[in-house]
Each structure stands twice: as structure tokens, then as C-alpha cells.
Ligand binder design. Structure first.
Ligand code: ADP
Ligand code: MG
Length: 724
């Protein structure tokens, strides 16, 4: 089909599409967690002693007693098979942000042709996928392909239902035969232990007698776009790169803000209901759903859970969004910036730390003691963001998130902390030491005002901050929609561990010198603020002034691209941080730099190839066809002696020429090789390829505004965003 014939066909198919009928809503309490082998199912099926032992491991993270594995495996298999599962899979989370699975049958064929059902404790606890196809950043030479998966007892096994049958999925860690972490789960678990250890020490110093295991929590808000599959299939860029590499913004964009919280189209509603039902069955507490700022954009936010489980659930949620979209004739785009000029998608990672004895440690609470505790933990976070802001930036650095950070719609690439007016004042008082003059002296042992009840009103929130305090947690708002939340959580927990450790040591020495607890806390927090208050910022993070002030006056790092941010992982102070907290060895850290850098390079190079090929084989032919139509019309008009404007033909010819010349330059630039280092290769992608890609696009998008619509082959922004 030439010209816009395919587009027209797609539109008519969409308009005449039969909606998938909405399912009769099932009762939530009946389907809740029905596909999860959770504690209550274990309790029902395991001998008492076995259950007690495994529960202890799940709740406290204590080592698994290997002798219980067989009993658990049998119960798990029986439960899974009773639900129709014939296969089991060790699920793991390689460094690529994806989810990987190794599937095996419960039943294995014997030499004599009979079958036996085989799923022992040994099989449950450890698997051996062929790991050679997963990037390892040089940890394993390819000839040593062995990588092991090991059961993560703290994240429940579940059943994944697909059209091809049901599979028992077992969340696992993925390590090399020499014990190095090859995934995102191992360092996440280690970061939680490091934070737990440091937090408990501080809590003890603060006078708490009973101090339970401290865990970190995460609630992630996921934004996404839905585009009809009929359109997406005609866009090679959407299919291969997950975003449009060409496309002129529509006459009507998000200027009217009428999409935000607007009515959800019926077809999308049916899709969302289907997603939620699947999530509920998997025990994933999906909570909100509404339209986002951009047309065609939506959000889903599960209720917060323990960070490790939340992270597994987040991966599952992304998979389910994509699968379910397919069923409903949509493509779900998780890319951070699928459409230029239209708001991108993020994933707000809400994060806090707490335990069963002291509760949420980032909640101000209403007694002076809770307040002091809160200020200590909050101070630790401030110190962490100041010391390790560049690492936070590196943790969210991907080729796709670069399109969002730094544009005036998403938090900037400069890391700062937003505390809100009231809390900022409290910390300012601590810093200047003016607390002793405080009118409310004596209200709190510390001598400072009790932290007033903080406003949790959304209106008070600073939407331009990458990292904001929101009443009882921090919200890391610069995380990309496509990312695993593990990376950011690892960084947050690790920097907090480091800060708490430092604070603990300082408190200890103050107390040893005879200071009372309140004075010691105040002294240490004052030091924290004197050293680190530059990172606290309550103003407009999008503004030019902030970008200048942050760098020139406050000494904060502005790392606009991944090529600028990833090399932070190679800095000595980062290596020290991970090594001393035991979260990553230098080899593991180095391998992460290599894997992330390689992904960045690959993704830009794939896009660059696609830009050249689409310019040459899709857009150029359309422009030429239109030109030839124009010129034959002009020739016949000239034959009739009719004078006719030539500007359009000239413009189309000029833009086409410029587009093709730039595409050739890009093609040439892609031939560069022999880079001295990975860093140099990344720089080439960021500062040579990307600008040329943008330039090719600018000519093509201008052409879209000149060439007759009936000649234009690619589904337009208008169609993709507004037709559902
Ligand atoms: P908003 O869009 O206003 O930022 P939402 O209600 O959409 O807020 O999402 C807030 C997220 O924060 C939810 O996932 C919620 O469960 C989570 N959350 C709430 N309290 C905590 C906490 N203490 N720790 C971590 N996450 C939390
Ligand atoms: Mg939010």
C-alpha cells in the first residue's frame, strides 16, 4: 500500500473493532492473592515445624534451614499442579532491567519411558540457567557459562497464567559460579542488610531498647502510554526502539490539560480492569488509575510493600501491562519519551525505612522522641543525597531517560532534596544554632520546635524536584518509567547505610565525651547541615537560575546525559561506598558500569540506524512522490499558461535534500570506531550521533507539515494519541 492507504485502513479497523467485553468484576477478597504461594497457603499445607522455620526466614531474613526445603518444594508443587501448572520457572533479574526466566517441566521422562514428577528441595533452592546470554560486564568469560539462580525465600512464588498454560514462578537471585552478583536482586538484598545494620545501631544509640529488623519500603507509580496495535505495527520506530524517531506534534496536544484525570476511554477501562484483576490474583495491590498529563498516557500505582517484594512486583507489573495490552489490541509503551513534545513517562519511587518496633522512621511522629529520631534519619538522607547525588543520577541514567531529565517537564539532572517549607525551616534552625532562642524551647528535649504536622497536601508538593519529602517518605521522581526500581533502591539504601553509620559513630563519640543525648543529636545534625545543606532546594527545579546556582554557587553536579553520569560508577569514592557497605565488590561495580554503558551505546546505535533507514526508505520516497505529483501539476499548468506558486515544491525539495544530506552525515558518523575507552564511545553517541539524529528528524518533521497527508505513510501523532 502506498501513501496513507495503510493508515486509513488501520483507522477504519480501529473504529469498527469489537471491544473486548468487560468481565463481570470479581469480588476482590475472593481473587486476592489466589495465585500466590504465600504464608497462609504455606501454613495450610506444611507441617507446623517446617512452617515455623520458613516463616522465620521470610520475616527476619534469617538463613534458610536447608532441611525444610524438600517439604516446602512438595507443598509448593502440589499447590501449583492443583492450579494447572505443568512447568516451573526460576525468575531472575539480570542487569538489563528485564525479567528472565528458565522454564522446566515438573515431570521428567525416565529411561524406560515412564514419567515421574520431579521437584525436590534441591531444585527449588538452586537452578542453573544457561547464563551465557546475559550480559555480565566481563565477570564471566563466555566459555564459563555457568550462572546459578538461588531461591529468594522472602519473595513469594506465584503462578503466571498465560494462553500457553500456567507456570509456577520462583523469584531467585542470579550469581556467577565464583559468587559474584549478576543481577539486581543480590545487591538490593545486601543494601537492605547494610541499611538495617546501621539503622539498628543508631536506634539503639537513640535510647530504644527493643529494635527489630529495619526494612525499606517502596511504592512505585508507573506511567505508560497505550497506542493501538494497528498504528504501532506501521511504525518501525515504535516496534524497535519503543519511541517515535519521527513525528510532528499534533495541533492539539496537552495544552488544554483536559486529559489529566479526564474520562478514561471505555476500551482503556476494560484493559485496566483486566490488568488489575491479574495483579490482584498475584497479590499485587494496585491502587490508583487515572489519565496522566499527556493524551494516551495513564498511571498505575500499587500500594507500597517491602522493597524486595515491591521490586519483584514492579517487574511483574510491567510484564502484565505489556501482555494485557496485546490482548486488547494495544501496544503498551513504557519508554520514557515515546513522543517528542508530549510529556514523557516516569516512575516515582516512593521510599521509606522502618521496622515493627519503631514504625516508619521517616514519619515525624508526634512525640519529642519520635521527632528527634525522625530528624536523625532525615538528616542522614540529606547527607546521602549531597554526598552521593551523582550516584543517584547514575542509577537513573539510560539512553531513554535522558530525553526526559533536563527537559522542562521532568526533574532536572541535578540531584537536590525538597523538604517543604516547614521542615526546611527546622533544619535551617538546626544549622544556624538558633534553636536555643526558639520560643517553643522546652517543647522538645532537643530544644527545637517539635516538627509541626507536615502538610501532605499534594498542592504543597514541589513537582520540579527530583527527590522530594512527601510527609512520611521520600519520592524519587526522576526514575525512568522503563527501569527496574532495584537500581534506585540499592543506591538509596546504600547511601542511607553510609550516612547512618557516620552519624552512629559521631553520636557515639559525642556521648563518650559526656554529652547528653539531645545535645549530641543536635551537634551531629548541625554538622550534617553545615556540610550538606547545599543540596536542600525548595525552588523551581526547572528554572535557568537554579541550573546556574546549583553548579556555580552550590557545587552540585549537573550531569545531563548518561555519557556524563555513568562514569561516576568508576570514581573511587563510589567504589569505597559499595565496598565498605558490602553491597558490591569493585569487580561487581565495574561490571555494572560495563553493562549499562554497553546498553546505552547499543540503544543509541540501533536508533541511529533506524533513523537513517526510515529517512531513506519511508520518508524520502513519500516526499519524492509528492514532489513528482506537484511538478507534473505545475508542468501541465505551465502548458496552459496558468501561473502557479512554486514555494511548496521548493520547500519540499529543500527539506528533503537537507534531510538526506544529514542522514548521510549520520551514516558516516556511525562508521567511527576504535574508541580509546567505553567512556569515549558513549561521548560519541551522546554528542555526535544524537544531535545528528535530532537534525534528521527536524527536517522530516517539517516535511510532514508540507507533504499532502494522503502521501504520508506513517501514522501521525494525532492518530496514535487520540484514536482509541
Ligand atoms: P502521588 O501521585 O500524589 O505522588 P500516589 O498516591 O499516586 O501519590 O502514590 C503514592 C505511592 O506512595 C503509593 O504507591 C503509596 O503506597 C506509596 N507510599 C505511601 N506511603 C509510603 C511509605 N511509607 N513508603 C513507601 N511508599 C509509600
Ligand atoms: Mg508521585
Amino acid at each position: 500500500m502506498s501513501g496513507n492507504a495503510a493508515r486509513i485502513q488501520a483507522i477504519s479497523q480501529i473504529i469498527n473493532r469489537d471491544l473486548m467485553p468487560p468481565k463481570a468484576p470479581e469480588r476482590l477478597e475472593e481473587i486476592w492473592a489466589e495465585n500466590v504461594f504465600n504464608l497462609s497457603k504455606m501454613q495450610a499445607s506444611l507441617p507446623k515445624a517446617v512452617f515455623k522455620s520458613i516463616k522465620k526466614t521470610i520475616v527476619t531474613g534469617e538463613k534458610l534451614d536447608p532441611s525444610v526445603a524438600d517439604a516446602v518444594a512438595t507443598a509448593m508443587r502440589d499447590w501449583a499442579m492443583s492450579k494447572g501448572a505443568l512447568y516451573y520457572a526460576h525468575v531472575f533479574y539480570p542487569m538489563t532491567n528485564l525479567t528472565a526466566e528458565k522454564h522446566d517441566g515438573f515431570i521428567s521422562v525416565q529411561g524406560d519411558g515412564s514419567v515421574i514428577s520431579e521437584f525436590s528441595g534441591k531444585v527449588l533452592v538452586q537452578g542453573e540457567p544457561d547464563g551465557s546470554s546475559f550480559p555480565n560486564g566481563g565477570i564471566r568469560d563466555t566459555f564459563e557459562a555457568r550462572g546459578y539462580t538461588a531461591w529468594d525465600v522472602t519473595s513469594p512464588a506465584y503462578i503466571m497464567e498465560t494462553d500457553n498454560g500456567s507456570t509456577l514462578c520462583i523469584p531467585t537471585v542470579f550469581v556467577s559460579w565464583t559468587g559474584e552478583a549478576l543481577d539486581k536482586k543480590v545487591p538490593l538484598l545486601r543494601s537492605i542488610s547494610a541499611m538495617d545494620k546501621a539503622a539498628r545501631k543508631v536506634l539503639k544509640l537513640l535510647g530504644n531498647e527493643e529494635v527489630a529488623h529495619v526494612n525499606s519500603s517502596c511504592g512505585a507509580e508507573q506511567e505508560y502510554f497505550l497506542v493501538d496495535a494497528n498504528f504501532a505495527s506501521q511504525r518501525p520506530d515504535l516496534l524497535l526502539a519503543g519511541r517515535t524517531l519521527f513525528g510532528k506534534p499534533p495541533a492539539k496536544g496537552q495544552e488544554f490539560d483536559d486529559h489529566y484525570f479526564g474520562a478514561i476511554p471505555e476500551r482503556v477501562q476494560v484493559f485496566m480492569q483486566d490488568v488489575e484483576e491479574t495483579l490482584y490474583k498475584l497479590g499485587i495491590p494496585a491502587k490508583t488509575r487515572h489519565n496522566e498529563v499527556a493524551p494516551g498516557q495513564f498511571e498505575i500505582a500499587p500500594f507500597f510493600e517491602a522493597a524486595n517484594v515491591a521490586s519483584d512486583h514492579q517487574q511483574l507489573l510491567m510484564t502484565i501491562l505489556k501482555h494485557t495490552a496485546k490482548k486488547h489490541g494495544f501496544v503498551c509503551l513504557l519508554h520514557e519519551k515515546p513522543f517528542a513534545g508530549i510529556n514523557g513517562s516516569g516512575k516515582h519511587v516512593n521510599w521509606s525505612v522502618g521496622n515493627s518496633t519503631q514504625g516508619n522512621l521517616l514519619d515525624p511522629g508526634d512525640s519529642p522522641h519520635e521527632n528527634a529520631q525522625f530528624l536523625v534519619f532525615c538528616g542522614a538522607v540529606i547527607r546521602g543525597v549531597h554526598k552521593y547525588g551523582p550516584l543517584m543520577r547514575a542509577a537513573i541514567a539510560t539512553a531513554s531517560n535522558d530525553h526526559r531529565l533536563g527537559a522542562n517537564e521532568a526533574p532536572p539532572a541535578i540531584m537536590s532534596v525538597y523538604l517543604g517549607t516547614q521542615l526546611e525551616e527546622v533544619f535551617e534552625q538546626i544549622k544556624t544554632g538558633s534553636v536555643s532562642d526558639s520560643k517553643h524551647k522546652g517543647v522538645m528535649d532537643l530544644g527545637i520546635d517539635v516538627v509541626p504536622p507536615l502538610s501532605k497536601d499534594a498542592g504543597d508538593r514541589n513537582r520540579t524536584s527530583p527527590f522530594a519529602f512527601t510527609g512520611n517518605r521520600f519520592e524519587f521522581r526522576a526514575v525512568g518509567s522503563n527501569q527496574s526500581v532495584s537500581g534506585p533502591l540499592i543506591v538509596l539504601n546504600t547511601m542511607l547505610a553510609d550516612s547512618l553509620d557516620w552519624i552512629g559513630n559521631r553520636l557515639e563519640s559525642e556521648l563518650a565525651e559526656g554529652a547528653d543525648l539531645s545535645t549530641a543529636i543536635l551537634t551531629v545534625l548541625k554538622e550534617v547541615m553545615e556540610e550538606h545543606s547545599a543540596v536542600v532546594f525548595g525552588g523551581n527545579g526547572y528554572s535557568e537560575e537554579w541550573h546556574k546556582m546549583a553548579v556555580d554557587e552550590r557545587g552540585l553536579a549537573n550531569l545531563p546525559t548518561t555519557a556524563d553520569a555513568l562514569p561516576v560508577l568508576k570514581e573511587e569514592y563510589i567504589e569505597d561506598l559499595f565496598e565498605k557497605t558490602g553491597v558490591l565488590t569493585p569487580v561487581e561495580l565495574e561490571s555494572r558500569f560495563e553493562v549499562y554503558a554497553e546498553q546505552y551505546i547499543l540503544s543509541i546505535e540501533v536508533e541511529a540506524k533506524l533513523v537513517v533507514s526510515m529517512a531513506k526508505t519511508v520518508i524520502y520516497p513519500a516526499a519524492v512522490e509528492y514532489l513528482s505529483k506537484l511538478s507534473s501539476t505545475m508542468a501541465s499548468l505551465a502548458g496552459l499558461g496558468v501561473s502557479f506558486e512554486k514555494d511548496t515544491a521548493q520547500k519540499v525539495a529543500d527539506l528533503t535534500t537537507s534531510m538526506m544530506t544529514t542522514a548521510s552525515k549520520l551514516e558516516e558518523a556511525m562508521k567511527s570506531h576504535g574508541f580509546a575507552s567505553t567512556e569515549e564511545h558513549m561521548q560519541h553517541c551522546a554528542f555526535a550521533l544524537r544531535p545528528l539524529m535530532d537534525e534528521v528528524r527536524s527536517y522530516a518533521d517539517a516535511l510532514e507539515g508540507e507533504v499532502a497527508d494522503s502521501f504520508w505513510p506513517l501514522p501521525t501523532y494525532q492518530e496514535m494519541l487520540f484514536i482509541k
